[in-house]
Ligand binder design. Structure first.
Ligand SMILES: C[S@@+](CC[C@H](N)C(=O)[O-])C[C@H]1O[C@@H](n2cnc3c(N)ncnc32)[C@H](O)[C@@H]1O
Length: 232
């Protein structure tokens, strides 16, 4: 059975034309992007690395990693986000290879071929996140690193990521997120370890509704990222 929720893909298809509009529903991704690309770059040194970006959407993270000198492949199951990503790179002059394929299918085709795999803000949109994590493990080289980001599952995350972002501040369209699909760090850690990935670091991305700014912080109550390593 395919690990794709077509209703989830349809949500991103419908909004894809606004992906690069910094004031659109994608503003939060634009706002957090410098923080996350810096965090990843500091840990892996992106220049010269072969990187796979799983669930790349319109290419915000993929492009920024290519701009740091990585050779990037971006995969997604949304046709419209990929079309937007293809067009946008013509404008920005970066070179990312985009493909419409699942992580599980690419893992069959390209096992152990990437220095770094990123899978950000995607796991909370798939039926079986642990299957994507196993596929990421298979695609990274031994000694390579895999990064995941998602949203924690607790009352504060419900308040910030759903009530705050979708209803009060209207940063995201209502229904963007399903609380039940949010993932606790302990669950993400357990799935990673079960797949063969060692968890090296975890960091929170916190939002201040007064200043409207995100920052990296020790607080992983809402948005967070983890760094994992496939051992040699
Ligand atoms: C919130 S966006 C994140 C985009 C990008 N990773 C970022 O953080 O800037 C989630 C993306 O995951 C994609 N997606 C959802 N389920 C997927 C699946 N099973 N396989 C591949 N992509 C998927 C959606 O089409 C969408 O582009």
């Amino acid at each position: 059975m395919s690990n794709v929720d077509h209703a989830e893909i349809a949500k991103f298809e419908a909004l894809a034309h606004r992906w690069w509009d910094r004031e659109s529903e994608f503003k939060p991704l634009h706002d957090i992007n410098p923080l996350r690309v810096n965090w990843i770059d500091e840990r892996v040194g992106l220049a010269g690395k072969k990187v796979l970006d799983v669930g790349c959407g319109g290419g915000i993270l993929s492009e920024s990693m290519a701009q740091r000198g990585a050779t990037v492949t971006g995969i997604d199951m949304g046709e419209a986000p990929l079309a937007v990503a293809q067009l946008h790179q013509l404008e920005s002059g970066v070179n990312v290879e985009y493909r419409q394929i699942t992580a599980e299918a690419l893992a069959e085709e390209m096992p152990g071929q990437f220095d770094v795999v990123t899978c950000l803000e995607m796991l909370e949109h798939v039926p079986d996140p642990s299957s994507v994590i196993r596929a990421c493990y298979r695609m990274v080289k031994p000694g390579g690193q895999v990064f995941f980001s998602t949203i924690n599952r607790n009352p504060k995350a419900y308040l910030f990521a759903i009530v705050g972002a979708e209803y009060l501040m209207r940063l995201l369209p209502r229904g963007t997120h399903d609380f039940k699909k949010f993932i606790r760090p302990s669950e993400l850690g357990a799935w990673s370890r079960a797949a063969g990935l060692q968890v090296k670091d975890i960091i929170g991305l916190t939002y201040n509704p007064l200043t409207k700014h995100y920052k990296l912080a020790a607080d992983v109550d809402v948005n967070y990222m983890i760094q994992t390593l496939r051992e040699e």
